[in-house]
Design a protein around this ligand. Structure first.
Ligand SMILES: [Fe+2]
Ligand SMILES: [Fe+2]
Length: 265
């Protein structure tokens, strides 16, 4: 059966979701490709086990692997980094750049990296692609790694949030929409929007287990407030593109209790 997720999905001008729908998992990984003119950058490329599916989608966008100038990794976990050697082999060029944050780079080296590694702080926390698109890097320390950051595409208002806004859920759709009842719902109630699962519950559950503390999560949410965000593209879970949904989730996560160590002691 043909699924819309068998092809890359252009979620904004020049921004492609190149993940895949794995029905057997309750954690979906979302790598993204940003194409501007003849240049592309790959964001949170994915795991070694996912590599062939991601590579297939990447080629379906019509871009040649050699057009990729930067591999961006918003923290150092294997679910986004372990295919680094595979991408390096396919891209196969000496001037490929790997961009992360210095706290991450210490660990990313252990994926047998051969690209030139840079810290986002050494380039002024922004990257301007050759055709002019600007990507800004926003540090979110301890949400969840010391060197975690988000990437903001100014042209389209797309915020690549890495693990922030991720979700654990057996149900999955590429774009999620909350219902009008979500704002007042206590989660234990049957979904006022008639869904057979609760997207807010999956998001809260993920943040309680993955983020380090309420303080770190609140700080990360505060960094989003001044941005003109049109859509949030997380590394797990679903893309959020309604302004009211983004506002509601930022508010809920800003005040979430029992986050990480706070739920232990
Ligand atoms: Fe992570
Ligand atoms: Fe992750």
């Amino acid at each position: 059966m043909i699924s819309p997720y068998d092809s890359p999905v252009e979620i904004a001008e020049g921004v492609f979701w190149i993940g895949f729908y794995d029905v057997s998992r309750n954690l979906h990984c979302n790598p993204y490709l940003v194409i501007d003119g003849n240049e592309a950058v790959l964001i949170d490329g994915g795991s070694r086990t996912d590599f062939s599916s991601v590579m297939m989608k990447l080629l379906q966008t019509g871009i040649k692997p050699s057009a990729i100038s930067h591999l961006i990794y918003q923290h150092y976990d294997p679910d986004l980094c372990s295919s680094i050697p595979n991408f390096e082999d396919i891209i196969d060029k000496d001037d490929l750049n790997l961009l992360s944050q210095r706290e991450n780079n210490v660990f990313i080296r252990y994926y047998s990296v051969r690209s030139r590694m840079f810290c986002v702080e050494s380039i002024g926390r922004e990257l301007t692609m050759k055709a002019g698109r600007k990507l800004r890097f926003i540090l979110t320390p301890y949400a969840h790694s010391a060197g975690s950051f988000m990437t903001f595409d100014e042209r389209t208002g797309t915020l690549f949030s890495s693990d922030l806004f991720g979700s654990y859920d057996i149900k999955w759709e590429l774009f999620v929409e909350l219902t009008s009842g979500c704002a007042d719902c206590e989660e234990e109630e049957p979904c006022p929007g008639g869904k057979d699962y609760c997207p807010v519950k999956g998001i809260k559950n993920f943040h309680r287990r993955i983020m380090t503390s309420r303080k770190a999560l609140k700080y990360a949410m505060e960094q989003i407030l001044p941005l003109k965000v049109e859509r949030i593209a997380p590394q797990h879970g679903s893309i959020i593109r309604k302004k009211e949904d983004i506002g509601l989730l930022v508010e809920r996560l800003m005040t979430l209790d029992n986050v990480g160590i706070d739920g232990v002691c």
